[in-house]
Design a protein around this ligand. Sequence first.
Ligand SMILES: Cc1cc2nc3c(=O)[nH]c(=O)nc-3n(C[C@H](O)[C@H](O)[C@H](O)COP(=O)(O)OP(=O)(O)OC[C@H]3O[C@@H](n4cnc5c(N)ncnc54)[C@H](O)[C@@H]3O)c2cc1C
Length: 488
Amino acid sequence: MSVIIVGAGVGGLSIAALLADAGKEVTIIEKNSMPGGRARVYEEKGYTFDMGPSWYLMPDLYENYFRELGLEIEDCYELVRLDPSYRIFFSNSERIDVSSDISENIELFDSLEDKGGEKLRRYLEKASRDYGIAVDNLLMRDYDRLRNLIDGKLIREGLRLPLFGNIDDYISDVFSSDMAKMILEYSIGFIGGSPLNTPSIYYIMNHVDMNLGIWYPMGGIGRVVEKLYQLCLERDVRFKMDENVMKILSERGRATGVKTSKGIHHADIIIVNADYPHAEMKLLDRDDRSYDKGYWESKLFSPSALVIYIGLSKKLNNLEHHNLYLAGDWGLTFDELYDINDPEWPSNVSYYVNVTSKTDPSVAPKSCETVFILIPVPGQYQDTAEAREELYYKIVRHIESTTGEEISGFEVVKRIFGPNDFIEDYNAYKGTSLGLVHTLTQSAMFRPSHRSKRLRNLYYTGQYTHPGIGLPLVLISSKILSKNLLME
Ligand SMILES: Cc1cc2nc3c(=O)[nH]c(=O)nc-3n(C[C@H](O)[C@H](O)[C@H](O)COP(=O)(O)OP(=O)(O)OC[C@H]3O[C@@H](n4cnc5c(N)ncnc54)[C@H](O)[C@@H]3O)c2cc1C
């Protein structure tokens, strides 16, 4: 059986390795020159940047995926747990470190509000139990099979979880101080949502963050991509890079192949890893689409992002590996990001600064730092060179005044990646950085299907499908799809 995969993101690589391992003849066609998609690596003048993901979360799910291929994580890369997990700078000039040691976090919460520590302990205990239920019963489930949808266990276990209401209300019922709430709500950004549009069940991300911990593969997140790529090569997956898929060909209810910038290729099965709306609206004939334009227009997409890569010729003493700046007006931060009618860059910016060289000397020249700044911004509206520069200087000045570290003038490398690049490089719908956010009606069985509703042998994997956004979930998406395909 031959398989063509459109896109060499983590979704494409991970499904390719599993299918090739089962003896399928797999070809990946990728428009860019290197694998990894949003998780690509950028190198310049001795500085190495992970272009997208930098938080290695849910180590259990990575393990789960690699075990399918007979590997333990130690066989793949060297994983270290970060301590502190991250540093948060608040707009009121307070600065806190969230520790990898739960007892230190309990002390921290005691200092934030009355009985804060005890509340945190109980909250995390419940989050730990609910994480187990959610992973076993909701996350690992293949919703494309009808019997999995009407399974009594799904309903029974699902009802034990806080599925309804938003996470902001859920957290506010337990904690009263703004700082405690912000610490617990920032992690929603990982799945692209806002605390007001994300269902309360995602409070399990606090278990991921504070119990399971924040990890780092030495060499960078790019090591995950490198490992997947190597596993594909070892299993004879063929790569066609710099080749843009322009059309998915079909005949009488079956996909027959793809037309690319370099020719036509046929296969028994086509799997799309490229952004789902792009594939549906740009690569398929109208009659072959599972979802029409109206469907995509009615959906809630994550905002875009301005990502800044800086190679610094000096060390930074006041920053940790992961640093967050959380703006004072939390509500306004999210309102500005989700107001798709407002073409302005946000005024009330919360942002993230990553300095991997704090942990890993291999990613920067000696006595230098590799700095990555991520600022969520609305879609593609005013992504001009001038607007980028203006925001760049605003953020750099802000980091300098917040941390007391000089950055300006020490940049050896400076690259800015913005909404227009998400469109150009990844065919991202309206410049979205993460695709469909995890609202209640866009989670689990409500995410776009792994299986085309029109073409019998066309499938999808990656962050648009269940379980969703983030590398570990994308790996599980491929695992679910491969099991489905290999059973047929
Ligand atoms: C800035 C940023 C920060 C992030 N931070 C984290 C984090 O800290 N931790 C985490 O776990 N996750 C993080 N994520 C999310 C994570 O990176 C994504 O969920 C994941 O990489 C998506 O993988 P994918 O394979 O589904 O899609 P993609 O990576 O987008 O892969 C799709 C591939 O398809 C290719 N393609 C598109 N159209 C075509 C075409 N017509 N022909 C051929 N090829 C095509 C693209 O070039 C791309 O290579 C972050 C993402 C971003 C953007």
